[in-house]
Design a protein. Sequence first.
Length: 256
Amino acid sequence: MMRIGFDGAVLTRGPATGVALSFLWTLDRYLDLTGHDAIVVMPKGGHPPDLLTELAGRHDTLTIPRSNAVSGFLRRALHLPRAVEGLGVNLWHSPVTAVPIRCPIPSIATVHDFPWRAADPLGEGPYRSARSAIRVASRAADALLVPSQSTAQDLSDEVRGCDDRIRICPLGVPAAPARSEDATGPFVVLGDDRPRKNLARVRNAYAKACRIEPKLPDLIEIGPHARYVDEPEKDALLRRATALIHASLHEGFGLP
């Protein structure tokens, strides 16, 4: 029986959004389709989010052991080999910055995006530690999963000699598409306040448009942390939105 260890570090950064939700949805489908045993290792002091606890309740093949795994890229990468050996897993899958530098079993890394490669400076840096982490972990992993051709090209340019290990796995959608006749609600924009999300430009454009057409639908922003909404509410907003505005300046996913 295959037994896979998953690094849960991505689940400790506040409410489950974006990358964390993608991970949880993928884990749910993986458990449905394979029946393999899975272990999610949280950093020391990290608490599993409610959605992960719910998954463990639905899948008896999923366990969340008590863990002493440390946080921080370098300390975690050095500590994980010993932790992985004690779990009895056959494969290790983690966010790219948490791949053990020397893993005793085959390992898979997920690479999301490279914001420092945007055409214009985004004012989010410095990215020195993130770039170093991705380079080290990408060289250590046996396979590299990316969500788009764009990210695959960025990874190939950033980490030389890894092309034969890159696998493109496009994002899926867990629910049926919305009906066009229901699209009578607000304009919706997803994202946080990082410059690459480009929300300031969206707000300015909307204000100018309202001066020309005062009866435009409302503009609603949702994202961590001040404008966080739970998944049912977000799904309802998106299904009745007149439009989803995606003005991000750089996204590895190709989605907000």
